[in-house]
Design a protein around this ligand. Structure first.
Ligand code: CTP
Length: 398
């Protein structure tokens, strides 16, 4: 899929620069022509000779190479490339890109690039979470640059968390999906919700449910494979995405999930609401841990806002809205009622009466009912295959 594609690979000063060698190797193996551009700091982590040997082209660091008398023309590089990939992208380079600074060849090439730009950050978790970095990433996304989401795991500092550069295999897969350009959902933005919500009772207790988030994560992964730009708003879960490039927004409560969904809904082409959102939340949250006293204890609850219904009320003609229904009785009747009440394009119905369907399992058995009451019942399948069936319906309707 990358056959003949011209890629400028920008390598920054980060320990993850050692992965640039595998990245170049995989890109070249996939048929791409790779031109490496390094910052001066990157050279401290991996030698230009290594990357030049693997890419079969000199790795460029300076505007001017005194040894060869060669002037490296950033404008030409920017025009030559079908894509620019900055991996690893350090906090420093991200900040400079966001503010248009231009004190090295990589940044000058970035400013000259007319092609799509992808960046795969790598840094310590506190640097990644710092509001300055968060703002810089948002700014780059507003320029149309595409974030290849870092992963979670052990970091070079010894800390554990988010900030680890996506693996070279994931980055190449992501680029392949993006650059092939003819995937069914290329250029489409999709909002997905997943997991449970936790409604706080006091600082240590909450009301929750058994949702694992598996179905929503499988849907987000499948949408990404199909080329969509995915934002996944998820409640508390141990799930992780298998596809890079998915923007994950972690929330805890139903009201936080609503707030996050409203932020991304306007620009979304489709929304798939698979989260098991609490229908009720405590009227008040005790500021201190509640001590046990009487034999009986009552918690007063109030209704949460129905996120799906709220989005249904705001839905434009060109937006697609998908809801889920988990029922134990009168399944189809209840599901159809939800299509109407929440203004859905289709609903994914699963019944807790079906063996292998529902919470925490790796399989699911669904029926899709659309707004014209056309009904398709699927066999018991893995959640990944179920996600593919749901996404096929989205492609059919979008
Ligand atoms: N949902 C939501 N916000 C809520 C409750 C539910 O967005 N506060 C969404 C779920 O993500 C799901 C759909 O609504 O896509 C169906 O949720 P469900 O709880 O089954 O339906 P309800 O309308 O709450 O009806 P009931 O609880 O009576 O079955």
């Amino acid at each position: 899929m990358l056959n003949g594609k011209k890629i400028v690979l920008g390598v920054c000063g980060s320990i993850a620069a050692y992965k640039a060698a595998s990245l170049v190797r995989l890109l070249v193996k996939a048929g791409a022509k790779v031109q490496v551009v390094m910052t001066a700091d990157a050279v401290n982590f991996i030698t230009p000779l290594t990357l030049a040997t693997l890419s079969k082209k000199p790795a460029l660091v300076n505007y001017f190479e005194p040894a060869t008398g060669q002037w490296n023309n950033h404008v030409e590089l920017g025009l030559w490339a079908d894509a620019m990939l900055i991996a690893p992208a350090s906090a420093n380079t991200l900040a400079k890109m966001a503010t248009g600074q231009c004190d090295n060849l990589l940044l000058a090439t970035y400013l000259s690039a007319k092609c799509p730009v992808y960046f795969a950050p790598a840094m310590d978790l506190d640097m990644w979470k710092h509001p300055a970095t968060v703002n810089n990433v948002q700014k780059l996304q507003s320029y149309g640059n595409v974030l290849i989401q870092p992963g979670t795991g052990e970091l070079a500092s010894g800390l554990h968390g988010e900030g680890r550069m996506a693996e070279p295999e994931e980055i190449v897969q992501f680029l392949t999906n993006q650059l092939s350009g003819n995937l069914p959902l290329t250029g489409r933005k999709v909002l997905v919700t997943a997991g449970p919500t936790y409604e706080a009772i006091d600082p240590v207790r909450f009301i929750g449910n058994h949702s694992s988030g598996k179905m929503g994560f499988a849907i987000a992964d499948r949408l990404a494979v199909l080329g969509a730009e995915v934002t996944l708003v998820t409640g508390p879960t141990s799930q992780t995405n298998n596809q890079p490039g998915i923007k994950r927004v972690d929330v805890t409560s139903a009201s936080e999930m609503l707030e996050a969904c409203l932020m991304y809904f306007e620009t979304a082409d489709a929304c798939v609401m698979s989260a098991a959102v609490a229908d009720y939340t405590p009227v008040t949250v005790a500021p201190q841990k509640i001590k046990k006293q009487d034999q009986e204890f009552k918690i007063e609850l109030k209704k949460t806002t129905d996120i799906l219904r709220t989005l249904g009320e705001r839905k434009r003609k060109n937006q697609l809205l998908v809801g889920f229904a988990l029922e134990t009785q009168n399944e189809e009747e209840n599901a159809i009622e939800k299509i109407r009440k929440k203004n859905l394009d289709f609903i994914v119905l699963n019944s807790l009466n079906d063996q292998g369907a529902g919470f925490k399992t790796d399989t699911n058995k669904i029926t899709i009912i659309d707004q014209h009451l056309q009904k398709t019942t699927f066999d018991l399948k893995s959640k990944a295959d179920t996600a593919a069936d749901i996404c096929n319906k989205i492609i059919e309707l979008i």
